[in-house]
Design a protein around this ligand. Structure first.
Ligand code: CMP
Length: 138
């Protein structure tokens, strides 16, 4: 069980002006932000990031969307961080997300669902290192 996870505030949430509200909820939930930057991914970068989904029917749509605008990438620290961040995000499909979760409040659809989070400690380490160098983690 690691204390670090990786998150993204996706292009839909950034474009709608929800970045500040989401960051506020992250801090209020007790996460320490160890890394944070505003980026605009290329199609190639988002294809690399979501390579595990390459065979899925929604891969093209997903990587198109993730490279359609600016997003915020985050390295987050908290005890049992992967689960804590997934609990705060809520279900992938906002129609199934619990009250009080980020996706319930900010997501419009399963594809444009406001935030991303790692699903395991192993993937958190891979995903953090995809976007951050060691020097960028404070
Ligand atoms: P995320 O946590 O970023 O990981 C993979 C993403 O694929 C997921 O959030 C969803 O946004 C997206 N996704 C999953 N299922 C579908 C689907 N059926 N249609 C479109 N996008 C999907």
């Amino acid at each position: 069980m690691s204390n670090l996870t990786f998150g993204i505030i996706k292009p839909d949430a950034v474009a709608k002006g929800h970045t500040g509200k989401i960051i506020d909820k992250i801090i209020s939930a007790g996460f320490r932000i160890r890394g944070m930057k505003l980026i605009h991914q290329s199609k190639k970068q988002s294809e690399g990031f979501y390579a595990v989904h390459a065979e899925r029917p929604f891969y093209g749509e997903l990587t198109e969307f993730m490279s359609s605008g600016a997003c915020i990438v985050l390295a987050l620290e908290k005890e049992n961080a992967v689960k804590a961040w997934r609990d705060l995000m809520g279900a992938t499909n906002p129609a199934e997300a619990d009250e009080g979760t980020l996706r319930k409040e900010f997501a419009g659809s399963i594809g444009e669902n406001a935030v991303h989070g790692s699903d395991s400690d192993e993937n958190a380490a891979i995903e953090i290192s995809y976007f951050f160098s060691k020097l960028e983690l404070v």
